[in-house]
Design a protein around this ligand. Structure first.
Ligand code: G3H
Ligand code: ZN
Length: 286
C-alpha cells in the first residue's frame, strides 16, 4: 500500500535500520523497485527527481500516477517522494500529484540563502502536511559536475551549522555531505565516520545519505549504524539495467521486441534493489 515517507523513516529509526529510497525514471524502475522490496519484505521509497521530471518532458503526473498505482497494489509499504526539487513550481505540484514528502535542494546557495529558501519551502510544505528534507553541505556530482567534488573536506556538512540550520528552517530531515558523491559508477567512496557521529550527536532529525551508489556494502552498513535513516540510491539501478540490456543485446543482435530487453533490465534492477535493501536491513539491530 501507499505509505508516508515520514512513517517509514520513523519505523526504520525504531529498528535501528534505514529505508532505501530509489530514484525512478521509467515504469520499469517502478516495477523493479517494488518487486525487489517485495522479495525481501521491506518497505521502500520511490523518488522522482527534478531531473527525472525534466526527462519526462517536464511532466510530473504521468510517472507519479504510475508510481502511485503500483504502490497501492504492492504487498509492502511504498512511499512517494519528490527528490532534489529546486523549482518552486515543481514543489507546488507535490501535494496534488500524490507525494507525501519532498527534498528541497537549495544546497548550491550560500548558507543564509539556503536557509531562507529552505525555511520558506518548509513553511509551505508543513501547511500542506508534507514531510520535507533539505541539504546542507555539498554532495557533489549533481547535473554532471565531477563526482568527486564532495570528497573535499570543505564541501562537508559542519555539525554546529547543521544544528542551527535544522532549528531555524524547521525541516524534518537533513541530507548531509560526509564523503559520498552523486553518480559514481564504481563503489569506491569512503565516508567520514567521525563526522557522521558528530552530526548524529548534534541533530535530532533523521539524516539522509545521497550518492549512495558509490559506496561498498560495508560503508553502507556503517552509515546505517552511524545514524543514517534514509539511503538514496539512483545510479546503481541504472548501472544494473544498462549492463543487463547491453549484454542481452550483444548476445541477441537480432532482438527487436522491446519487452525482451526491458524485462532483462527490469529483473537486473529488481535484484540490485533487493540486495541493497538487504544490506541496509542487515546493518540494523539493537
Ligand atoms: O537523490 C538521489 C541520490 O542521491 C542518488 O545518488 O545516483 O549516486 O546513487 P546516486
Ligand atoms: Zn541526491
Amino acid at each position: 500500500p501507499l505509505a508516508a515517507t515520514g512513517d517509514l523513516i520513523a519505523g526504520a529509526t525504531a529498528d535501528h535500520t534505514a529505508v532505501a529510497a530509489f530514484n525512478i525514471i521509467t515504469l520499469e524502475h517502478v516495477e523493479a523497485v517494488i518487486a525487489g522490496a517485495e522479495s525481501v519484505g521491506a518497505p521502500v521509497v520511490l523518488q522522482i527527481s527534478e531531473n527525472a521530471v525534466k526527462f519526462r518532458y517536464g511532466r510530473l503526473l504521468p510517472l507519479a500516477r504510475a508510481a502511485a498505482a503500483a504502490a497501492e497494489r504492492a504487498s509492502v509499504a511504498v512511499a512517494l517522494h519528490l527528490d532534489h526539487v529546486q523549482s518552486d513550481d515543481l514543489l507546488r505540484q507535490a501535494p496534488g500529484a500524490g507525494f507525501g514528502s519532498v527534498m528541497y535542494d537549495a544546497a548550491r546557495l550560500p548558507y543564509a540563502e539556503n536557509l531562507a529558501a529552505t525555511r520558506a519551502a518548509a513553511d509551505w510544505a508543513h501547511a500542506r502536511g508534507l514531510w520535507i528534507e533539505a541539504e546542507l553541505g555539498q554532495v557533489g556530482g549533481k547535473n554532471g559536475e565531477p563526482p568527486l567534488d564532495a570528497h573535499a573536506a570543505g564541501a562537508r556538512t559542519d555539525p554546529a551549522e547543521a544544528r542551527a540550520f535544522v532549528a531555524d528552517s524547521g525541516v524534518d530531515a537533513l541530507a548531509v555531505a560526509i564523503g559520498s558523491s552523486h553518480a559514481m559508477t564504481s563503489r569506491t567512496a569512503a565516508l567520514d565516520h567521525g563526522l557522521l557521529r558528530r552530526l548524529a550527536a548534534q541533530l535530532d532529525v533523521p539524516l539522509v545519505l545521497h550518492g549512495s551508489s558509490g559506496l561498498p556494502d560495508d560503508e553502507l552498513a556503517a552509515a546505517v549504524t552511524g545514524g543514517i535513516a534514509k539511503v538514496n540510491i539512483g545510479t546503481a539501478l541504472n548501472l544494473a539495467m544498462t549492463r543487463a540490456i547491453r549484454e542481452f543485446l550483444a548476445a541477441h543482435p537480432d532482438a527487436v521486441d522491446s519487452r525482451k530487453y526491458l524485462s532483462v533490465g527490469r529483473e537486473a534492477m529488481a535484484a540490485a534493489a533487493a540486495e541493497l535493501i538487504a544490506v541496509l536491513r542487515a546493518a540494523g539491530g539493537p
